[in-house]
Design a protein around this ligand. Structure first.
Ligand SMILES: *Cc1c(COP(=O)(O)O)cnc(C)c1O
Ligand code: SF4
Length: 337
């Protein structure tokens, strides 16, 4: 084996998370390397959701009509053990993944040549780990007449709340586009008083706050935990947006829940929560195109087959299963009791 094949998805935390992990089992499970499940080499060639195939110019993934993702950086403040971009994030590609001014010019040129794009989404890694790049890209994108919305996907405020660059956020919030900021939050323990204060300050700058979460066995596979999480977020002015199914890849297999378990929880949440506190349950298929809304168990539908955004039909079990690693556990195929 060469050195690359022996590489692992790096453990990375922050002082804030280390403090939190001392009292929160959920935070430990989310961030602390576990040799029982993670003794697998990195597969830098993986392309779980066709993001590499659909990259148009460096960092620019154009997959869904009208909105484009810009991967500004492959670095995060900390590495979540269930990261589904661990073919690029946390595997030593930090320098390579950081967009330069020339890369950003090329990204702006791509968006400029596509008048149908009205929304630019900054992601990564974490775009807040590359503030100079974010400021530059945001300003240049805002100068394009057809770009009306800019969005940031970040977990930085939950991982390093003391390091959030409010001057940067204030500067971009003043640009003539509407701003959404999507926080990735998975457990109520993450919403510490310091984090709550950061959320309050970001909100006061005028960005619209939404959040994304992932169903994680052993962390939030519990109706009460998720109800507390989404209620607290809605109370803070953060609108729960998506709750994703986690796919089994490399280090994630022990976090993966079956769609059946997720649907059962999601259906009870929909009964319990206010509409503004209840996110959409999303199944993003492997090697295909489409973020599909998973129906609740209030509907009597056959969930064995799905149609992606291109019209192609797929078997749910195979679209959810690992194709990258031999040992990965299969996720549940839905069967009604
Ligand atoms: C998720 C995603 C988007 C945004 O999709 P929304 O449904 O608008 O949140 C855009 N591009 C890519 C490649 C994505 O994966
Ligand atoms: S913050 Fe997002 S991109 Fe970064 S390690 Fe966590 S899941 Fe992956």
């Amino acid at each position: 084996m060469n050195a690359n094949e022996l590489d692992r998805f790096a453990e990375k935390t922050t002082p804030h998370l280390r403090d939190l992990a001392a009292t929160s089992e959920a935070v430990r499970a989310m961030y602390v390397y576990d040799s029982r499940y993670e003794n697998v080499p990195v597969n830098r060639d993986a392309d779980l959701f066709l993001e590499k195939q659909l990259t148009r110019t460096k960092g620019v993934v154009y997959k869904y009509p009208g909105r484009v993702i810009i991967l500004l950086s492959y670095t995060c403040a900390a590495n979540c053990r269930y990261c589904e971009r661990q073919d690029r994030v946390g595997v030593g590609l930090d320098e390579e993944g950081r967009l330069t001014e020339a890369d950003i010019d090329a990204a702006v040129a791509f968006v400029g040549a596509h008048p149908e794009i009205n929304e630019v989404i900054f992601s990564g890694g974490d775009p807040l780990t590359h503030p100079r790049g974010l400021a530059l890209a945001a300003e240049r994108m805002a100068a394009l007449e057809h770009v009306k919305i800019q969005r940031i996907h970040t977990r930085f405020p939950l991982q390093a709340p003391g390091k959030v660059d409010f001057a940067l956020l204030q500067r971009i919030a003043a640009l003539p586009t509407t701003w959404y900021l999507s926080l990735h939050v998975d457990h109520p323990d993450e919403l510490t008083p310091e984090v709550v204060e950061v959320i309050r300050r970001i909100r006061s700058l005028g960005l619209i706050l939404i959040c994304q979460s992932v169903f994680l066995k052993g962390v939030n596979d519990d109706i009460d935990v998720l109800a507390r999480l989404f209620t607290h977020l809605a109370e803070l002015g953060v609108r729960p947006y998506y709750l994703y199914h986690c796919h089994p890849i490399a280090t994630t297999t022990h976090f993966v829940m079956s769609l059946d378990e997720e649907i059962a929880i999601m259906s009870r949440l929909r009964e319990r929560l206010s509409g503004v506190a209840c996110p959409q349950h999303i199944f993003e298929m492997r090697n295909t195109t489409g973020k599909l809304l998973v129906p609740t168990d209030h509907w009597n539908v056959d969930l064995a087959e799905v149609v992606d955004f291109t019209g192609a039909v797929h078997d749910v079990a195979s679209a959810s299963m690992s194709v990258e690693l031999p040992h990965a556990a299969a996720s549940g195929k839905r069967s009604r009791p």
